[in-house]
Write a protein that binds this ligand. Structure first.
Ligand code: FES
Length: 167
């Protein structure tokens, strides 16, 4: 992990938007003239700001001397970039074929009830962002889901509340 991302994790909560933009401007200055630096800048910007709203996209485009369409295009293309505020943790329920057949939809329905939001949304307390995945490599032990980097296999819908309680 880069030093920029590390420094973000320890001070983001106290930083004002102005300070965050200042740090992003410094990162752009550092990476601007490197080949293929836009993705790197967007990654670091998202780790500082939490997501990539339109105003920030415009700021990045201006400072990198790139058209806004190029910046927005990259953000839209890669699913790990978000233009909406994200929760502290990301839940991804697998809806690949094996998981779908073995009850992935039940997990989705139950989680929607527990979290009070639908797929693609973030809970009001900003704790969880709830998404679906296409296959997370645990097909033999479906249905599966992930919370951040942790994979949960053969998930029983009745256990979801206790799983989430640990977060
Ligand atoms: S289909 Fe769900 S892990 Fe592969």
């Amino acid at each position: 992990m880069s030093s920029e991302a590390l420094s973000c994790q320890c001070c983001c909560d106290e930083e004002s938007d102005q300070q965050k933009y200042q740090r992003i401007a410094e990162i752009i200055e550092k990476y601007k003239n490197r080949e293929g630096s836009l993705i790197q800048v967007l990654h670091l910007s998202q780790s500082i700001y939490g997501y990539l709203p339109l105003e920030l996209q415009i700021f990045i485009a201006d400072h990198m001397d790139k058209p806004l369409s190029e910046v927005s295009g990259v953000i839209t293309f890669y699913s790990f970039f978000s233009t909406q505020p994200r929760g502290k943790h990301t839940i991804r329920v697998c809806m690949g074929t094996a998981c779908y057949v073995r009850g992935g939809k039940k997990l989705i329905d139950r989680l929607e009830g527990i979290l009070g939001v639908s797929v693609g949304s973030t809970t009001e307390d900003k704790k969880f962002t709830f998404e679906i995945a296409r296959c997370i490599g645990a097909c033999g032990l479906a249905p599966a889901m992930m919370i951040d980097d942790v994979v949960f296999k053969q998930v029983n819908p009745d256990k979801l509340e206790s799983i989430l309680a640990k977060y």
